[in-house]
Design a binder for this molecule. Sequence first.
Ligand code: NAP
Length: 317
Amino acid sequence: MRAAYAIAANDADPLSALEVGERPEPTPAGPDWVTVEVRAGSLNHHDLWSLRGVGLPADKLPMILGCDAAGIAPDGSEVVVYPVIFGPESGPPWSILSEHFPGTLSERVTVPATNLVRKPEALSFTDAACLPTAWLTAYRMLTAKGRLTAGGSVLVQGAGGGVATAAVVLAGALGARVYATSRDAAKRERIAALGATAFEPGARLPERVDVVIETVGEATFEHSMKCANVGGRIVVSGATAGHLPKVNLRRVFANQLEILGTSMGTPEELAALMTLLVEKDVRPVVDSVFGFSEVRKAFEKLNDGDVFGKVVIDYTR
Ligand SMILES: NC(=O)c1ccc[n+]([C@@H]2O[C@H](COP(=O)([O-])OP(=O)(O)OC[C@H]3O[C@@H](n4cnc5c(N)ncnc54)[C@H](OP(=O)(O)O)[C@@H]3O)[C@@H](O)[C@H]2O)c1
């Protein structure tokens, strides 16, 4: 079957570690595992980390990349694949597809049957394939972790990215006032079109916010601390620009800030996210859709940082 996979780790030139070609059919890792015919997938920054060797040790190579997929289950139903694998063989305490078990950038992927979440008919395969990693993470950051309420306020840092555009759209759908920063003027315009008030990184906001969505790290964290209201929640799920920011502890205790780490979400949260999208009639922000034969081009686009929203792979093309 066709697949996109890592053959090496190259921190300086991650795309040199990417191979696109034929791989053997997936084999179920347990009796309750099932095979999904993938119709669409999407790329995440996680795939670039894997090509750099972060979280993907050499003894796991070659490894099929990809965390996100939507497709057809063995019973013919339309499903979204929940990408977190639990269990002793998946590494402590759990892993995401493409770390210990082959990922979704292949025509077929095998996962535990409990990882299949019904896809609402109203969502296309390409929209649904955006959700399991970036959108699920953003949803949990805002809801279970950020405890965002309607009428509340949110700052989303580095707003052009997959998680960040998801957070902007979802925060709006949840009834919040949304502020966002991006380094890029064109992306700021597009963020504004999604309903957020867009600023350059480090700008003073009109108000301090209840929740800050942090996936950038060192480049934005000090600003996040300054922008959080008393009792504000700074929710962190990534550190694209470095994971060792300076933290002013006086600000943390004086303003009673909460700094909350989070990763991914639960299958129930993935189902709730899809219900919210259908109910509010909002859809994922898609930067571009590539056919499977163009998957290398898709990686190049993500690696260049020239994206606004999700880079999607349509397996039917
Ligand atoms: N823990 C989890 O479960 C989880 C899940 C999903 C993602 N993540 C992590 O979250 C991060 C974002 O993932 P993604 O898939 O959304 O990535 P992405 O689509 O590649 O977006 C990254 C965004 O970060 C911003 N950025 C990058 N370098 C920056 C810098 N030096 N200064 C300011 N902003 C910078 C950019 O925003 P602008 O260009 O708009 O400034 C860019 O659009 C990654 O580190 C990923 O590993 C974690």
